[in-house]
Design a protein around this ligand. Sequence first.
Ligand code: NAD
Length: 308
Amino acid sequence: MNISILGAGAMGSLFGGLLAESGQRVTLLDINDAHLAVIREQGLRLVTDSGDRRIRGLTACRPEQASGHPDLLLVFTKTLHTEQALASIAAHLAGHTRVLSLQNGLGNAETLFRHVAPEQVLIGMTTWPADLHGPGHVESHGLGVVRVFSADGVERPACAEVATVLDAAGLRCVADADVWAAIWEKVAFNAALNSLCAVTGCAVGQLAAVPQGPELARAVVQEVLAVARAEGIAVDPRHCLASVADAIAQHRTHKPSMLQDVLAGRPTEIGSINGEVVARARRAGIAVPRTEMLLGLLRLVEARAREA
Ligand code: NAD
């Protein structure tokens, strides 16, 4: 399969590298010239539990230099950059191109619908972790899974085909008609822990320093899942609350990506996580006061960083 990855940072490089290793033709599209140059000249250094290796044979270029029409476009920019990134590869997309977002947050399918026909859009979530350690160098440790399905809920052969290709690359992927429940549960997890850590500067485990930390996280999860249920999504609060409790107990020093963005003075993905939840809650007439408070506080933190 001819696969392009739009946004070849931590996750895009992990997925692109593993897909290339499994025999797929992969093009990495990014605007980070230093990262692209190292991949072109030395290959992609990928460090996983399977070893430390360099993956050669990847095409790596800026989006406007993309040629041909991929069978699959995998979108892995941060959500606030998706619109601009997709606009820059409009000529690269054909009627047969399937476009898959595994980004965190809500609103990703709607963004893709503005660029390709709804039946071309696949949506999903992944629990694989990845970090960019420098230009051309990505690391990922531990195990994850991927769930994908058609964004409009209609089962099409492309769902199984794409799942098979990702699974064959070792990404443990299934086509799952209940993918929206998994997406919402991850949104609830991130709306609670990512934003709480980003606002307070706490690592995940430090939220347990006072009882209010875990209590607030649990309350945000309940708010988000109430909005999911109002949209007709059959979410499982017990599963999500257990994941939050496990993360607080086990990931004592982990700094979520939103906190890392704050520390680096970068804008965060809060708009597609707490921001989307608050917007949907308003439409459904549901109060989500803690989720909204965290959104406002993080917007203030971002504004202060812009002024600095
Ligand atoms: P990242 O910042 O490492 O990578 C994003 C890449 O997009 C960067 O390399 C950036 O240069 C590129 N980019 C920005 N604008 C672009 C444009 N206009 N055209 C092309 N490329 C552009 O982010 P990441 O950690 O890989 O996360 C990507 C998505 O995956 C996010 O939605 C994140 O929430 C989600 N996610 C991340 C992880 C993780 O462990 N890192 C896990 C699950 C999901």
